[in-house]
Every structure is written in structure tokens, then in C-alpha cells.
Design a protein around this ligand. Sequence first.
Ligand SMILES: Nc1ncnc2c1ncn2[C@@H]1O[C@H](COP(=O)(O)OP(=O)(O)OP(=O)(O)O)[C@@H](O)[C@H]1O
Ligand SMILES: [Mg+2]
Length: 267
Amino acid sequence: MLRISGLSKTFNIGTVNEKTALQDISLDVKDGDFITIVGSNGAGKSTLFNAIAGDFLPDQGKIILDGTNITFTPSHKRAKYIGRLFQDPLRGTAPHMTIEENLALAYLRAGHSGIFSRITKADEEAFKDQLRQLDLGLEERLHSPVGTLSGGQRQALTLLMATIVPPRILLMDEHTAALDPQAAGKIMTLSDRIIKEHRITCLMITHNLEQALTYGNRTLMMAEGRIVLDLEEEQRKSLSVDDLLHLFRQKEGRALDNDRILLSKRT
Ligand SMILES: Nc1ncnc2c1ncn2[C@@H]1O[C@H](COP(=O)(O)OP(=O)(O)OP(=O)(O)O)[C@@H](O)[C@H]1O
Ligand SMILES: [Mg+2]
């Protein structure tokens, strides 16, 4: 279980740019949970992920994973068991390296050293098997630089890299937002399949409210550094997107303001 307790973070303390991004956040993520997170711009969603991944030290609070306090564990160590996907498909891959080299890196990052003093024929076959499951023909392009792939293909590869050794926790920060609708749909379906297959515990930030209610088993809404709504399985099941927006307004006394939600509604 991932237990976050009393987590707070203020950036640029004492300057005109002072910003409290996280305010006393507490959250228990149970094994196998798939939690979706929505909220206004600047609500602290990405900052919460950055805190879990160890990009900075919180001002207050603790992060406990399976009973171990990892609050002060450096991010590169956490990367062994916390996988991340970002909006930009190039984050998390090395664009000038080939697909094969990137997959080898993914193993190394997860702490499987030793296998890849050189990539053997058997490794290559294993990579091909994994890539075949993405159903994008990437198994034929093992030696292509990642930078030559389309956005959707790159994100599929990033997804594979983040899960090829299933992480303890997977953090997805709007990982389909930069893709065209067709590629986004495909990556979301793939993500859900891989998550279910390996029973990966995960959190996903999305501006797609429909997606937030469809995937996973629990939905959080954030505003101004706090979790303002926490909807569990039963309660969430019967909710529509409009109900969700209504609940937010009821709780916060204002509409949910997220430019990407507004933009996606227009299309
Ligand atoms: N490293 C940083 N230094 C200074 N301010 C930061 C830093 N990281 C985040 N912030 C600020 O903290 C607030 C929360 O940012 P965050 O990126 O977590 O929002 P978000 O909920 O992910 O928003 P969006 O939906 O726009 O992605 C913002 O005001 C942001 O400018
Ligand atoms: Mg964000």
C-alpha cells in the first residue's frame, strides 16, 4: 500500500511567486487500485505525482510505500519501483537510441542489471514478443531510433518501457493528452489492458472526465492543493460527467476551471 499523510509543499516561499501547491494531502492507495484524478489547472495534480516520484522534498508529511518511509529516498532510486508516463511521449525515452536500446534501458532502470552487457538474440526475441502485443508493427523496427516514431507509437513504447518490469506504482500524467483522438483511444485501451494484466497499482491524471469515470475504481478531484472529492467504486458507478461537475461546484462554490477540459468539450 502507498500511504501519503499530511503532505504539503509551498514553492518559492517568501517571494511574490509563493505558491502552495499541496496542502495537507492524505491518501491511502490500496494494492490494485486504479485511481483517476481530475481537477482545475494548477490544482497540484502533477505536483502530487512529482512528490510521490521524489522530484522534491515535501515541506511536511510522509510517503510510505509497503511500510517503508520513502519520503527522503532520492528520485533515481524510486524510479526502480515507480513508473511514470507524461503528456510528452519523448519524456521517458531516449530519442536518438533505437527501440531495442530503449527497452534495454527500461530493464536497467528497473534494476535488472547484468542482462545487458550486450543485447543477445534471445533478448531481441523477447523484445519483439512484447512489441507485438502493442499491435503497431514496432516489432519490425527494433533498430529504428525512437525519434522517428509517431507520437502514438512513441507513447505506446513509453508505456511498454514503464511496465516491462511491472512497477510497484504507475503514475500517468495526462499521458494521452498530446495525441490525436484515435491514438489517444488506442493508448488508453492499451494502458488499461497492461494495468489489468499485471494488476498494477496506478494513478492517472486526466482532463477527460468521461475517461476518469470509465477507467479505474476510484476518482479524486483536486482544487488548490487539496483533494476535495474522493469517489469510491459504488458511489462512482452511477455518476455522469455532469454529476461530477455538479458535485465539484457544490463542494467548491465555483465551476471546475481547467482549460483542457473546456477545450475538449468543444470538440
Ligand atoms: N517546481 C515548481 N516551482 C514553482 N512552482 C511550481 C512548481 N511546480 C508546480 N508549481 C506551481 O504549483 C501549482 C500546481 O501545479 P501543478 O503542475 O501541480 O498543477 P496541475 O494540477 O497539474 O495543473 P494542470 O491541470 O494545469 O496540469 C501551480 O501554480 C504551479 O505553477
Ligand atoms: Mg499537470
